[in-house]
Design a protein around this ligand. Structure first.
Ligand SMILES: [Zn+2]
Length: 301
């Protein structure tokens, strides 16, 4: 059963999806308790009751503020242990590593480490239902933001490739946001192709000479609302970091500060997001810790 949290925002779409799985034997697993909103935790509890099951495991896909913080209060309500990636920084009781089986009732969730969007990301495979619980790796709608420093483009692409290769028999993807995906292979193929074509666009734009990130965003995302340009700039940075690591491009600092126009593209004005919880999600998603006035130029090698 899906229970959608009342935390809609540009980063969370219609809100975070929590899932309550009937594990058999009167037990239930909650995947992604979501934000610590009382009414949402009530709704998760009601879903378990409707299944005539007691919540005995809380499994979290990633530590972002729209997925994990409900775990502690839900654990306090239910006494269920919290399972999370071994590198997770939020409170958890059991560590998960690749290949682990999280057994509850008559059910097992297989753990797939899934870095790329976040370092502490795991995906769960419910063999019985041939279903992947993908958190923020694959969404029901749109694409995923890969923003350094937590986000790593090549790690993300490797995760997508692995899901495509190892779970070609999947019949559904249940993501952290949006609707159920009924054609997992087509979705994964589209995600994989999208990343390749965006990278091609970055390289094509650099063919004509060195470019700053704001200049690349203006070229590549010309047809996209300016509101999304700051998120796009993080995405472009993720491609540039990958390409530089592979020796295909280099960068140098320009001897001037970023202009107001450039800064508007590099740094989103999060103060416009009035709700502090949504602001925290945007910060986590976009990886903004330090604001810098430096501006750099990237060139093909
Ligand atoms: Zn999310």
């Amino acid at each position: 059963m899906r229970v959608r949290a009342p935390n809609p925002s540009p980063m969370t779409l219609d809100g975070t999806n929590s899932y309550v799985i009937d594990a058999g034997g009167g037990a239930a697993i909650v995947v992604d308790p979501g934000p610590p909103i009382e009414s949402h935790l009530d709704a998760i509890g009601a879903a378990a009751e409707a299944l005539d099951a007691k919540i005995t495991a809380i499994a979290v896909t990633l530590g972002h503020p729209d997925h994990a913080p409900g775990a502690a209060p839900l654990a306090a309500r239910t006494g269920a242990p919290v399972y999370a990636h071994r590198d997770a920084r939020f409170p958890h009781d059991r560590e998960l590593a690749d290949g682990d089986l999280l057994r509850v009732g008559d059910t097992a969730l297989r753990v797939i480490e899934a870095p790329g969007h976040a370092r502490d990301h795991v995906v769960f495979w419910l063999e019985d239902e041939k279903t992947l619980f993908t958190g923020d790796v694959v969404l029901g709608m749109g694409t995923v933001v890969i923003a350094p420093p937590g986000g790593d483009m090549r790690a993300y692409q490797a995760t997508l490739d692995r899901l495509r290769r190892d779970f070609s028999g999947a019949s559904a993807i249940l993501g952290g946001h949006g609707e159920r995906v009924g054609d997992p292979l087509a979705k994964l193929d589209a995600y994989i192709a999208h990343r390749k074509s965006r990278e091609r666009e970055v390289l094509d734009a650099l063919e004509s000479g060195p470019q700053t990130i704001p200049a690349l965003v203006k070229i590549i995302y010309a047809g996209v609302s300016r509101v999304l340009w700051p998120a796009a700039s993080r995405q472009v940075l993720a491609y540039l970091i990958a390409l530089e690591r592979e020796g295909r491009i280099s960068h140098r600092a320009l001897e001037r500060a970023a202009t107001a126009d450039e800064r508007a593209i590099l740094e989103p004005d999060l103060s416009k997001i009035a709700d502090p919880a949504s602001r925290a999600v945007a910060n986590a998603e976009l990886g903004y810790d330090e604001a810098s006035s430096a501006i750099e130029e990237y060139a093909l090698r």
